[in-house]
Structure formats: structure tokens, C-alpha cells
Write a protein that binds this ligand. Structure first.
Ligand code: MN
Length: 338
């Protein structure tokens, strides 16, 4: 997955400061990924830039791609982050500059650690299944490891979380006593959950993490009273050791995301994460000249994406607006809340 906008915004991001439980319902914005795929981008949000180290969340499909090219994201670079690819339906071929050729398919979690630099492509193959539906997330790497060697990890046997009214898999970290063995560099949690219609569920989570719940399909109520439907993200803040979820009338498929608030300020532009505008501009230049930081993907005949022009003014992190800090009395006016 890649940012394909003609003029991508440069974001200065950090996690929200831990102020305790909150309930904000945010609606993902629609963004074209090239000419082929329309995605709902929930992170970075105007107000909530990150949840723990999770800094990017794209949801695409379900889309009938039987007469369409499907995902056509040509070779492009990344720095300072991990890409986490998770499919609900369909199949995409991943290739990267480590020599990896792997299928992204339902039930298999692909984590690509870019570290100091990697190049990859994600292409639907001609014999693809008819439906494409999935998510891609990015995780910011902390300063101490962001120059680490790139690597690619694929997990096909994720631990299951099965409780009354909810079934799912833990992608990263630990939820309700179920721990995933997947690679992470900061305290982080991620789970794919399917709630039965009307099911009431409580899951144990870490109180020092901030959490969010993104609806992939259907709808739910979570926290005390926040309701959300497809392509909405409920930001729940910190300070909860149990997460309360109620499945909507049609049930719900949702991603639980959380982590220790990420205290470092990062600069995120196009497919790069750095610590300053100048550093990111340097990555862009190195991609332009095909510096050894960014070796070619396995198949050198692959099409390649060139970086757009950088903005001159970065979009700074800013204090959240008053509507985003609801007092209990104002909670009825929170966007999307009941
Ligand atoms: Mn990518």
C-alpha cells in the first residue's frame, strides 16, 4: 500500500497525550489509490494522528474486481515504519527488495519492517479472486530501531480469540489474555473481531494503552455509548482495563487497535517516516536517484512509482479542537455518538 495522492500532505504526528478515557467517533475520508482502488483512510485523522504507534489505516473494498485490475500499487519505497497487511477477501501479490514474493491472502498476516529502507509492490494477479477487501496499516518505528535492517514476516497461524458473542484473531500484542507472537517494536495491540448481532462483550486490555475500534463491516457500540458503522473509527483514549463492545443489528467486523502512546514526534510524508522535513526530503532525493538505501524489487522490469513534489510547509501537529475534548455534559454532541 502506498500514498498515491498527487500532492500528499506532510504530517507532523505524535500520539495523543494520555488524558484518560474518551469517546470520539471519526469518519474515514475517501482517497483514490491510483486510478484503480478507492480506500477509506482513517489514520492519520485531522485530530487523531496516531493510536499508539499505529499511524496509518486504509480500508479498501469489498470491491468486485472480476472485470477490473484490482490493486495495482507499483514499486515504491518506505522508511521508518512497518506495513501490516490483512485481507478479508481476495489475494494480492507482494514483492520487495529483499527478494520476497508472497501472497497477501485472508488469514495470513504480512508485516514488512522497512527499517532504514525497503521497496515493494502490491499487485492483483490476472487469476485473482473476484472480490478484493482488506486493510493496510502502518506502524511507526521508534527512534532506537528505525534504522534497523529491513525484513519481511508472514504469519499464517495467528492465535484465536473466541468468547461468547465474539470470534477473532489477535494480530499483534495481547487482548483478553490471548497473545500474538508477531514482531513489534513498541507496546502495541491489534485484533480482528467479529461480533454477533446484539452480542455484549468485555475484553481485557492494557489500561496504559490508548485504544481505537475501526468498523470494517456492520456496526457496533463501544466504550459507554459511542456507536459507529462501516469506515468509522471510535477513539477511546487511555485508562481502560476492559473494553466494552456491543454488536449492532447486523453484527460487526472490527479492528481493535491500541498501544502505548507514541511520545516521539514523527514527520510522515508520502511513503516515508522521518523526524524532520529535511530528513524526509533526503529520503525523497535518495529514491529519485535510486540510492542503495532503496534497492530494486525482485523483478527489475516492474513499474515504479516516482515521488511527488514535497510541500514547502509541513502540516504541524496542533492541539485538538474543543469539540474533541467532550466533557460528560457535552458528550451528546460528539460527532456520531448516540
Ligand atoms: Mn507500500
Amino acid at each position: 500500500m502506498s500514498v498515491l495522492e498527487a500532492k500528499p500532505t506532510e504530517y507532523v504526528c505524535r500520539s495523543a497525550l494520555p488524558t484518560g478515557p474518551e469517546e470520539l467517533v471519526l469518519t474515514a475520508r475517501k482517497v483514490w489509490l491510483g486510478r484503480t482502488t478507492l480506500v477509506a483512510r482513517a489514520l492519520p485523522d485531522r485530530d487523531i494522528r496516531m493510536i499508539g504507534a499505529w499511524c496509518f489505516l486504509d480500508h479498501y473494498g469489498p470491491e468486485d474486481v472480476s472485470d477490473a485490475p484490482g490493486m495495482q500499487v507499483y514499486a515504491h519505497p518506505h522508511t521508518g515504519l512497518q506495513t501490516v497487511s490483512w485481507l478479508v477477501e481476495g489475494e494480492i501479490e507482494h514483492r520487495d527488495s529483499l527478494g520476497t514474493q508472497a501472497m497477501v491472502s485472508p488469514g495470513a498476516l504480512n508485516i514488512m519492517t522497512a527499517g532504514r529502507g525497503i521497496v515493494h509492490s502490491e499487485i492483483s494477479q490476472p487469476d485473482k479472486p473476484p472480490t478484493l477487501h482488506g486493510v493496510q496499516l502502518w506502524v511507526a518505528l521508534p527512534d532506537a530501531v528505525r534504522d534497523t535492517a529491513p525484513r519481511f514476516d508472514r504469519y499464517t497461524d495467528l492465535p484465536r480469540l473466541d468468547r461468547d458473542g465474539v470470534r477473532g484473531q489477535v494480530l499483534v500484542g495481547e487482548v483478553d489474555g490471548v497473545r500474538s507472537p508477531t514482531i513489534s517494536f513498541t507496546p502495541l495491540v491489534g485484533a480482528d473481531l467479529s461480533l454477533d448481532p446484539g452480542a455484549q462483550v468485555e475484553l481485557a486490555v492494557a489500561a496504559d494503552h490508548e485504544h481505537g475500534v475501526f468498523v470494517v463491516a456492520g456496526g457496533l457500540t463501544c466504550g459507554d455509548q459511542a456507536t459507529a458503522t462501516t469506515d468509522q473509527l471510535v477513539y477511546l483514549g487511555t485508562g481502560r482495563d476492559r473494553l466494552r463492545l456491543i454488536g449492532g443489528e447486523q453484527g460487526c467486523r472490527a479492528l481493535l487497535l491500541g498501544g502505548e502512546p507514541f511520545a516521539e514526534e514523527i514527520v510522515m510524508w508520502w511513503n516515508f517516516i522521518g523526524r524532520s522535513h529535511d530528513e524526509v526530503a533526503g529520503f525523497r532525493r535518495q529514491w529519485e536517484v535510486r540510492d542503495q538505501r532503496f534497492p530494486p524489487v525482485v523483478d527489475r522490469r516492474e513499474r515504479v512509482m516516482e515521488a511527488p513534489t514535497m510541500p514547502t510547509v509541513p502540516l504541524k501537529a496542533r492541539p485538538r479542537r474543543p469539540r474533541d475534548r467532550p466533557t460528560p455534559a457535552a458528550a451528546d454532541h460528539v460527532e456520531g455518538s448516540r
